[in-house]
Design a binder for this molecule. Structure first.
Ligand SMILES: C[S@@+](CC[C@H](N)C(=O)[O-])C[C@H]1O[C@@H](n2cnc3c(N)ncnc32)[C@H](O)[C@@H]1O
Length: 470
């Protein structure tokens, strides 16, 4: 995909996501996104209709298709959602978002069919099930499938959350849908009276993700529980957690969920030593397709200086991790493989700039502290450029003197990052992770003592008291 110089966004969609739209009517939703992004090279847009049927039945479809193509969007016609994963132009693609607004199978008995008819309902369910099944085949590991749907009777009878569960998807989030969020989108009826819009009424965008099997040892993935959501009787997904104030389960917001690392986050690891931290996360997730693990050291250097680096790297490669060497965290946002990527979590454990006067350097020396500060400040600046809107930059660091003198919360503020959480760090939470010294005595571990994981985001937390506390 062509890289954008900067991210453009509309509602929950952005130009960094590879987006597939299916079952488009007159393509006005696709055009609305494309205009917001300016370029639409990240979009594939499909319709079940043929070019002739679009021409005959929708007054504006052809002009919209032309606009989409001019913006670099791929437009595919006669794509059936029941079999789209086998479509020759889609079979080898993977999407971050697959979107179907107002799925409708057409009318069983012509335009006078009743939506509350049981057979009509089953037809709709068959369409949605087929769509969800196919969509999950061409979804990235951390992608989402969005279905916007009326929530009132008889549409609520379609029970799309249960249909999703049947095909191994779970509900991540429900969001109220408003046409006001999508300028120029004209929701069309399709099915006999194609070009007519319809009142959207009470609508929700249901967001689904794939279920992954977890090995939770050592990871606080939260207490999971079935949920009471509309027409929804209990799919257990990692974004759902019991409210600590009561028994009612609720969704875990991005910030709450950040207490753990998960395979649903795009994670960048920085300044890895022997890659044992990366390997630990990868084992917990089962797959490391969501992880980019980096080191300043070259592969050759790692081979010579760390006894287990090669076996950790091999394990990571087998699990689909992207591994990059010679990545300087001070300038990583400009790295050719990273400059157009965005991450939900960027993690640097125990940053250390090396010893300015060789091994006899003292951590108490002001020059040494300044050197560490330069490293961490530049890391924050670079990481901020690579963060998603709701993303977090994490640093695990000793909190005792002289390390407390680095003042990392102030360094973060200087880089435009705000403290959102501090969590006491324990090696017990990360089985297999061996924290390494690097810097001349690479393969030695060191006592982590009193350490914390400091978590920063681009935006001030609702309660900004944390900024004052540190
Ligand atoms: C104390 S070691 C910690 C290693 C590893 N994070 C761990 O926890 O085991 C500090 C690490 O920071 C890395 N480092 C130092 N300067 C760096 C830079 N400019 N960019 C990326 N990594 C850097 C070193 O290569 C070393 O691996």
């Amino acid at each position: 995909m062509e890289a954008f110089s900067f991210e453009r966004q509309i509602k929950h969609y952005n130009s960094y996501q590879k987006i597939l739209l299916v079952g488009e009517g007159d393509f006005s939703f696709a055009v609305c996104l494309a205009r917001a992004f300016d370029l639409a090279v990240n979009m594939f847009v499909t319709s079940l209709d043929s070019r002739e049927s679009l021409m005959l039945n929708y007054s504006k479809a052809m002009s919209k298709v032309m606009e989409l193509e001019a913006r670099g969007c791929k437009v595919l016609l006669e794509v059936d959602v029941h079999s789209m994963s086998q479509h020759p132009f889609l079979i080898s693609e993977r999407f971050d978002r697959i979107i179907y607004n107002f799925p409708h199978v057409g009318y069983l008995h012509g335009p006078f069919s009743a939506e509350c008819n049981g057979f009509q309902n089953r037809f709709h369910q068959d369409l949605i099930r087929g769509f969800l099944q196919n969509a999950s085949q061409i979804l990235t590991a951390i992608g989402e499938i969005h279905v916007t749907h009326k929530t009132t009777f008889p549409f609520s009878e379609q029970k799309i959350v249960e249909l999703a569960q049947e095909v191994g998807l779970y509900l991540v989030h429900e969001e109220h849908f408003s046409l006001l969020d999508y300028p120029a989108y004209e929701n069309k009826r399709g099915a006999w009276i194609c070009d007519q819009p319809f009142p959207v009424g009470m609508c929700i965008t249901f967001k689904f993700a794939k279920l992954h099997s977890y090995t939770t040892s050592g990871f606080n993935l939260g207490i999971t529980a079935p949920g009471p959501w509309s027409g929804y009787s209990g799919i257990i997904g990692p974004h759902m957690q019991c409210d600590v104030t009561g028994n009612m389960p609720k969704y875990i917001s991005t910030i709450e969920y950040s207490k753990a690392y998960s395979s649903y986050q795009k994670i960048l690891l920085v300044g890895e030593g022997d890659f044992s931290f990366a390997a630990c996360l990868a084992r917990a997730f089962g797959s490391a397709a969501n992880i980019v693990a980096t080191s300043l050291d070259s592969r050759e250097f790692l081979m010579v200086n760390y006894s287990k680096a090669m076996s950790n790297l091999k394990e990571l490669e087998n699990r689909g991790c992207t591994i990059l060497h010679c990545v300087d965290c001070k300038t990583m946002n400009l790295h050719p493989c990273l400059y157009n990527k965005r991450f939900d979590r960027i993690i640097y454990n125990f940053p250390h700039s090396g010893y300015s006067n060789g091994l006899s350097s003292s951590e108490y020396s002001i020059f040494q502290i300044l050197s560490h500060q330069n490293l961490v400040r530049a890391y924050f600046k670079s990481a901020r450029e690579m963060l998603t809107e709701t993303g977090e930059v994490h640093v695990t660091h000793k909190t005792t003197y002289p390390f407390s003198e680095w003042n990392i919360v102030t360094l973060a503020l200087e880089a435009g990052l705000f403290l959102v959480d501090v969590e006491s760090f324990s090696l017990w939470n990360y089985p297999g992770y061996q924290n390494k010294r690097g810097a001349g005595i690479c393969d030695q571990t060191f006592p982590v003592g009193k350490s914390s994981t400091f978590k920063f985001s681009k935006y001030l937390p609702v309660s900004s008291s944390m900024v004052r506390e540190y």
